[in-house]
Design a protein around this ligand. Sequence first.
Ligand code: Q46
Ligand code: ZN
Ligand code: ZN
Length: 315
Amino acid sequence: MKCKKCGSKAVINMRQHKLGLCCDHFLQWFTNQTQRFIKKYKMFEFQDRILLAVSGGKDSLALWDVIHRLGYKADGLYINLGINHDTSYSQRSMEKVKNFAHDQDLKLIIADIEEMEGASIPEAARFTLRGKDKPCSTCGITKRHVMNHIARQGEYDVLATGHNLDDEVAVLFGNTINWQMGYLLRQHPVLESSPKGFIRKVKPFFRFYERETAAYAFLRGIDYIHDECPFAVGAKTIYYKEMLNQMESKRPGLKLNFYLSFLRAKEEGYFAELRAMHAEDFNLCETCGQPTSAPKQCAYCRTWERTRIAKSAIK
Ligand code: Q46
Ligand code: ZN
Ligand code: ZN
C-alpha cells in the first residue's frame, strides 16, 4: 500500500477513511486532525489553561505530545492509585509520566491517593467492600473527584482526557444495549461546566481509532506503559471492544458511524425530552463542597470515611 500524499510506502491503512499514509504524512495528518476537532467541537483556545489527565498509557501521553506541539498550554495530572500488588502497575506508569514530563519540560501534578486519604485504591475497595473482587467502582469515584477538585483548585479552564473512539464506542454500546438513559444523555466529547462546580471536560481524541493513537505514540517514539491495569482483565468494555472490532473488520467505518450518528441524533434534538425527564439536581457535599447527586455527602467522602473507620478498627 502506498501513501496517498507522496506515493512512498504507507505505514498505516485507515480503511474507514480509505486512506494510507507514510510515517511523516501520518504524523502530520494526525496532528492536523486533532487541531481540526479541537476547533470544530470548540474544546479550548490557545489562551486556556488545560489540565490533562495522564495515566502513562499511549492515549494520554500522545495527547499531551500533540497539544503541546500545537502550542496549547496543558499541565499533566497523574493520580497515583497505588495499584502495585503484583505488577507494580501504578509505580511503572508513574515513571513513564514523570520521564515524559521531564523530557518535554512540562508541568506535572501528582495526586497520591495513599498520601491524601491514608489507603490505596485496592485497600479502600477491600475495607468498604465496594465492588466485590474489583476496586473499579472506588477507583472511578476517586478519579472523577480528584480530577475535578484539582482542576478547580488550580483554576484550570478545562479538563482533557485521552479517550479515543474505541473507548467511546464501547461505552456507547454498553449504554445502548442496557438503555441507560442517564448515561446516554451525559455521553459527549464536550461536557460543559456546571454552575454547581463541575469543570468543563473534553476528549480531543474521540474521533481517532485506538490503532491510530497507538501508531502515533509508536512513530513519535513515546515511551508509554503497554500493560492495562491488572483489574481491567475481564472488563465488559474490553469484551465490547473485541466485538466491535470484529464488526469493523467486515464493515470498515462501522464504529465511527455508530458514534457520529449518536452525536447527530443528539444535535437534532432526539434526546431533548429525555433530558427534561432525567434532569439531575445537584447539591454540594457537606464535607468537601464538591457537587453531588447525594443529599448530604458525596460518594467520594463516604467511601474514604468508611475506609478510615474500617482501617482504624483493625489496627
Ligand atoms: S477503574 Fe479499574 Fe481502571 Fe481503576 S482499578 Fe484499574 S481497571 S484503573 S480504567
Ligand atoms: Zn507520504
Ligand atoms: Zn465530598
